[in-house]
Structures are given as C-alpha cells and as structure tokens.
Design a protein around this ligand. Sequence first.
Ligand code: URA
Length: 214
Amino acid sequence: MAAVTELHAYRDEVAGCTRCALAAGRTQVVFGSGDPGADLMFVGEAPGFHEDKQGVPFVGAAGKLLDQLLSGIGLTRLDVYVANVIKCRPPGNRDPMPEEIEACEGHLWKQIELIQPRVVATLGNFATKLLSGRPTGITRVHGQEQETTLGGRRVLLYPLYHPAAALYTPRMLDVLKSDFARLPELLGREVAPPPEPVFLTAVTAEPAVQLGLF
Ligand code: URA
C-alpha cells in the first residue's frame, strides 16, 4: 500500500482511539494535516479549543503565526505536514500528562514512519523532549539541528520555540523568526545514512581483538 493510502488508513483507525482518558472529553481526534509526502514536518504539543472543534492542528492564534512564519520562507501549510505529540485536547488546555504522552506517542512515530520527512521541526518543550529523547529544554536547544533516526530513517531534528509562547513575547518571536529562516538551508542538506553496524564476524577476529576481547 502506498504510504499516503496507509497514512489515511491509519488516520481513520486513530479516529476511534481510546488509549487514554482524553478520549472521553474530546470532540474529535486531531490527527494531523498537510502534505503526506512533505519533506518538512512540524510537531506541536496538543490540540486546543479550536483544533478540537475543527479537527485540524494549529488553526487558532498560534496557527496563524505558524502560517505567517511559513509564508516568510515561501511555504504554505499545503507544503508541510503538521501534527502534535498528543492527538486529543487536554481539558482546559493543560499540559499533557506523562501517561497521555506515553499512550499517544506511537501514533506520532507511525506518522513519521509513513511521511518520511527530511526535517522534523519540534515546536516547544514537549515535542522536543520526546523526539530528542533528552530532557534538555527548548531554551537551550532551539535553533540547533541534530541528525537522528526517527521512524526508521535519518532526519534532521530542529527544535523551535512554540509559536504560542512567541505570540506574547517579542524577544522570543525574533528568535523564532531567525531560527525559522534557516529551514530552507536545512531542507537542502544531505543527511548521512546511519553508521554501518559493526559485526564481530568469525571470518576476521580483528574487531574483537581491537576491542581487547581476546
Ligand atoms: N498548539 C499546539 O501545540 N498544537 C495545536 O494544534 C495548536 C496549538
């Protein structure tokens, strides 16, 4: 099955997800939107009020800012794919809880596997910590790309401030804009294939010798 068809089939499956308690309070699952074959994927935190009602990520004030930032680098929402760590709205827009992230993260991994983006831009702390596998906060890592393996492929992970945080903090907005401006360069960058695994074979004992095993 082509990846696009598979992504749509997966979206339809996730529409009935009951992996965590957020299922009870949602209007609908907010799976993701945009080009299923995009080179650039954004990962935000969780749907808010408007996203829950419309079933599309980033349609509120933060979404408008995301649209403007994209336009600044010559892109629209149709050129990229946008998803969240959590697919259902937490009540009162509270932070996602660890057990909700744990229950939901499989959906995001599957999306990344099917979309096969070259650059994954994480928006804010929750997406950055989950996808980097590190506890370091966004203030320290924003704008610093790193090669990593996500969904079985090498990608550039690129942490950015969350647009909602930048909305009311002009200094943060300036930083977000300048970090955003590097996206075209990152999209053009070759990402090296993963390093070859080193097998200790019976044919030559050298690696094992080098490791001092004999
Ligand atoms: N903030 C997010 O992180 N995701 C959305 O979809 C909307 C706002």
